[in-house]
Design a protein around this ligand. Structure first.
Ligand SMILES: *[C@@H]1O[C@H](CO)[C@@H](O)[C@H](O)[C@H]1NC(C)=O
Ligand SMILES: *[C@@H]1O[C@H](CO)[C@@H](O)[C@H](O)[C@H]1NC(C)=O
Ligand SMILES: *[C@@H]1O[C@H](CO)[C@@H](O)[C@H](O)[C@H]1NC(C)=O
Ligand SMILES: *[C@@H]1O[C@H](CO)[C@@H](O)[C@H](O)[C@H]1NC(C)=O
Ligand SMILES: *[C@@H]1O[C@H](CO)[C@@H](O)[C@H](O)[C@H]1NC(C)=O
Ligand SMILES: *[C@@H]1O[C@H](CO)[C@@H](O)[C@H](O)[C@H]1NC(C)=O
Ligand SMILES: *[C@@H]1O[C@H](CO)[C@@H](O)[C@H](O)[C@H]1NC(C)=O
Ligand SMILES: *[C@@H]1O[C@H](CO)[C@@H](O)[C@H](O)[C@H]1NC(C)=O
Length: 494
């Protein structure tokens, strides 16, 4: 009796083990990760083992092998096999693009920390598309033709730090798309077709540090566009279609350090456009359509600002009161102020930049200010021309100079070179700018230096010449005359 019992138990045990073994074999033979030749699944994966445990799968790159696999196809359940992987990539290796996020696959891969979806044809991200994955830290959806982000598209991802949606076709950012993402620090939306950011669209992202929405078509923002982003440090809005920056647009962003508004169509900055940005260090407004900075409070309160670019606008006038509150911000060596490529009117208002010549430790800025150009009205231009003639005809100092060199020197101030502009510091005496007599008026524009971006600054004389002529001083009234004389002399001494 005992013997039979033991035999039966033994046989039962054997059958059980055997069937388990077969089961496993069957499962393995039809798994997602099988070599391509033997794999008859609608979804394949290249599965990589873990470095220290080659028997375990660490990451997988998966793709469809047939078209028209539906969202609830049983194939997606095979992702159970990948329940412990840390990295998953979905792509179109066989040229068959997925046109939805396979939530039914992703819900099994609960351990992933990085998910990449590439080159798919996904038009819409459905609610909870990423299955509330709690361990995912990085989600990249670049280059997928996404047009619509549904409400709750990205929700309940406690550890997600980085979300990349660059290079899609997203047209607007609605409210409640980004919900319960308490760790999100970076959100990238570069190069989409975004025209509208709905009020409070980012309100749940209280830990966001970087928001990039450059290269889109945003034409308007308001005081609630960035509500809730009180930890944001970097905001990229360059390459949009903004025309006006209204009051308090950035007021929720008390921690912002860097604001890029370059390459928009900004014509107007409201008085309180930059209100609340006490920690802002850098603001780029280059390549816009600003024509006059007359609202005297625009830059007030930007106590931390050390970098400002207004390059390539159409600014004719800057009221001194606009600049005075922040002028001393640019004394530091590492500070940057760029006002190049603006058609400033020749006016004593430009004197506001004059203290920088003495006081800034940034040599590039010093030279830029010395080379500041302006457009003279006809009357001033005529006076300048008369002065030039008078200088030419004052005689003896030019007697022994060959005429072609003389012409060359004059060409430098020629309209063809400067497109009608003149050096502001040549104009000051003609404009009767009183100025502070203690401020050292530059003898001449300084020597040539190569700037950070490799451009050459337009200049006149070399540093040697500068040194040689240090002793040339002249009363302010005749300043421009003597300046052009000495400039001429030095040009000719080459
Ligand atoms: C997989 O295919 C190869 C030939 O392509 C074959 O030799 C091998 O036996 C197949 N393996 C399975 C498990 O079917
Ligand atoms: C995943 O890990 C758990 C716990 O380590 C283990 O029990 C399970 O068998 C693993 N699953 C796969 C498919 O490797
Ligand atoms: C994710 O959470 C929402 C509720 O917030 C729930 O409706 C949904 O079914 C969850 N999805 C998964 C795959 O767990
Ligand atoms: C935004 O501006 C509107 C007026 O345009 C005002 O009614 C509203 O209170 C402001 N909201 C905030 C948060 O300042
Ligand atoms: C600048 O000068 C032009 C004439 O050259 C004049 O028409 C224009 O009104 C001036 N702009 C300002 C803001 O003073
Ligand atoms: C003068 O104008 C021409 C054409 O508008 C431009 O290419 C050139 O860079 C300008 N030169 C200066 C010194 O601004
Ligand atoms: C500068 O002052 C002189 C003499 O005081 C005057 O004739 C001239 O018109 C003034 N120029 C300008 C631009 O005001
Ligand atoms: C500017 O610097 C010169 C010396 O280079 C000095 O004589 C002059 O007083 C300074 N002016 C101001 C306003 O600091």
């Amino acid at each position: 009796m005992e013997f039979w019992k033991i035999l039966i138990i033994f046989c039962a045990g054997f059958v059980f083990v055997e069937s388990k073994w077969n089961n496993r074999k069957r499962e393995v033979s039809s798994s997602l990760c099988d070599p391509v030749q033997n794999n008859t699944n609608k979804v394949h994966c290249y599965c990589s083992p873990l470095a220290h445990h080659p028997e375990l799968i660490g990451s997988a790159e998966c793709y469809l092998t047939v078209k028209d696999v539906t969202t609830d196809d049983s194939s997606w359940d095979r992702f159970k096999l990948l329940q412990n992987i840390s990295r998953l990539t979905l792509t179109n290796t066989r040229g068959i693009a997925m046109n939805y996020i396979p939530t039914n696959a992703i819900k099994h891969t609960k351990a992933i920390s990085k998910l990449d979806v590439k080159y798919c044809n996904i038009e819409k991200i459905e609610p909870y598309a990423f299955a509330n994955l709690s361990l995912v830290e990085e989600l990249s959806l670049r280059d997928n033709q996404i047009k619509v982000l549904a409400m709750n598209a990205f929700t309940h991802h406690a550890r997600m730090k980085t979300l990349s949606l660059d290079q899609n076709n997203i047209a607007e950012i609605n409210r409640n798309v980004f919900v319960d993402l308490p760790s999100l620090e970076q959100l990238f939306l570069t190069a989409n077709k975004i025209t509208t950011i709905h009020d409070k669209a980012f309100v749940h992202l209280e830990n966001l540090k970087e928001l990039e929405i450059d290269k889109n078509s945003i034409f308007s923002l308001n005081n609630e566009s960035f509500s809730g982003l009180w930890n944001l440090e970097k905001l990229e809005l360059s390459g949009n279609s903004l025309q006006v920056i209204g009051d308090n647009t950035f007021a929720p962003l008390g921690n912002l350090r860097l604001l890029n508004l370059a390459e928009n169509k900004i014509q107007m900055l409201d008085e309180r456009a930059f209100n609340g940005l006490g920690r802002l260090q850098s603001i780029s407004l280059n390549h816009n359509k600003l024509s006059a900075l007359v609202n005297t409070k625009i830059f007030e309160g930007l106590a931390s600002l050390t970098s400002l670019s207004l390059k390539d606008n159409v600014i004719t006038v800057i009221e001194p009161e606009v600049i005075i509150p922040i002028l001393s911000n640019f004394y530091r060596k590492t500070s940057q102020l760029n006002i190049e490529e603006n058609p400033f009117n020749c006016s004593c208002k430009l004197d506001v930049f004059r203290p920088l010549i003495n006081k800034t430790q940034n040599s590039r800025l010093n030279i830029d200010i010395q080379n500041l150009q302006c457009n003279p009205i006809d009357e001033i231009k005529q006076k300048w021309d008369i002065l030039q003639e008078a200088t030419k005809n004052t005689g003896q100092i030019f007697e022994d100079i060959p005429p072609q060199v003389e012409n060359a020197a004059y060409e430098y101030y020629d309209e063809t070179e400067l497109n009608g502009t003149l050096f502001y510091f040549d104009m000051r005496s003609i404009l009767n700018c009183s100025g502070d007599e203690n401020i050292n008026i530059p003898e001449r524009p300084a020597n040539t230096v190569s700037t950070q971006d490799g451009n050459m600054i337009k200049t006149i004389v070399s540093s040697n010449d500068l040194a040689n002529t240090k002793d040339i001083t002249s009363p302010e009234v005749s300043d421009s005359t003597s300046k052009s004389e000495t400039t001429y002399k030095e040009k000719c001494s080459y």
